[in-house]
Design a protein around this ligand. Structure first.
Ligand code: CO8
Length: 246
């Protein structure tokens, strides 16, 4: 098992726990997350997502991407509808990020309502270095937060930003200095919110998302199709192979 899940006092905590692979999001990994989250709204008022000290998540598993063709990705709905579940969780979601939140890992954090990060956190979309692009909502979600110019720079350059810059850009709410502070502060906030009216929380989330999401879900679907189409390029084949051979 590479995903731990527990519930305490209406706070569900999902911990990605495959540090050796920096929590690379393989299909199995996403399926495990999906199974835990299937009926999370019935059991909890808030969901918290943590990674490990080595990484929140360094993106979708490049080993899988390397071998997939456009046809396979489209027909097998690679990641696809299981990820939609993460985007559609009705209760507040708080991510506590340490070290790398890259590619799909950054998109997982961006799918949360609130992000708290350690000072050592690094965010970015390195897909362009693999002949790819974000495919789980990055172009839509980041652009709505930081604006079209900054999002273009970050996604087109593949550059990482640190926690200080992420705070300045309003991507995260707060930075903390240590791993234990991250756990404590994230869980304190989750427990505080979990005590509020669950009906208010759901409707507040729905209303806030409405302010951001008009056109966003369609944008994410289109983005995913564009992402898949890059599977048929020679760049993707060459660059993912190069990464795996390092
Ligand atoms: N996939 C697979 N394995 C990975 C990944 C990954 N994304 N990231 C890290 N790993 C593995 C490494 O291969 C290595 O494995 P091993 O020990 O067996 O060689 C292990 O994790 C540790 O990594 P490093 O040795 O590379 O650690 P470093 O500290 O030197 O570097 C980095 C850390 C900078 C994070 C580096 O690992 C890195 O660049 N990783 C790749 C990051 C990346 O490119 N992410 C984007 C992936 S593509 C993506 O997320 C697409 C999302 C859209 C999907 C849409 C679906 C429909």
């Amino acid at each position: 098992m590479s995903v731990d899940f527990q519930i305490d006092n209406f706070v569900a905590v999902l911990t990605l726990n495959n540090p050796k692979k920096l929590n690379a999001l393989s299909t199995n990994f996403v399926e495990e997350m999906y199974d835990h989250l299937a009926d999370v709204e019935k059991k909890a008022n808030v969901l918290v997502i943590f990674g490990t000290e080595k990484a929140f998540a360094a993106g979708v598993d490049i080993n899988e991407i390397n071998t997939l063709s456009f046809e396979q990705a489209l027909l097998n709905e690679f990641i696809d509808y299981k990820w939609e579940r993460i985007l559609n969780i009705k209760i507040p979601v708080i991510s506590g990020v340490e070290k790398y939140a890259l590619g799909g890992g950054f998109e997982l954090a961006l799918a949360s309502d609130i992000i708290i990060a350690s000072e050592n956190a690094k965010f970015g979309f390195p897909e362009v270095n693999l002949g790819l692009m974000p495919g789980l909502g990055g172009t839509q979600l980041l652009t709505r937060i930081v604006g079209v110019r900054k999002a273009s720079e970050l996604i087109m350059s593949g550059d990482f930003i640190d926690a200080k810059e992420a705070l300045r850009l309003n991507i995260i709410s707060k930075t903390v200095s240590s791993s234990s502070d991250l756990k404590r502060e994230t869980l304190d906030l989750a427990h505080k919110i979990a005590q509020k009216s669950p009906t208010s929380l759901r409707l507040i989330k729905e209303a806030i998302q409405l302010s951001q999401n008009t056109g966003c879900l369609q944008g994410i679907k289109t983005e995913r199709n564009l992402f898949r189409s890059l599977f048929s390029t020679s760049f993707k084949e060459k660059l993912t192979k190069e990464f795996l051979k390092r």
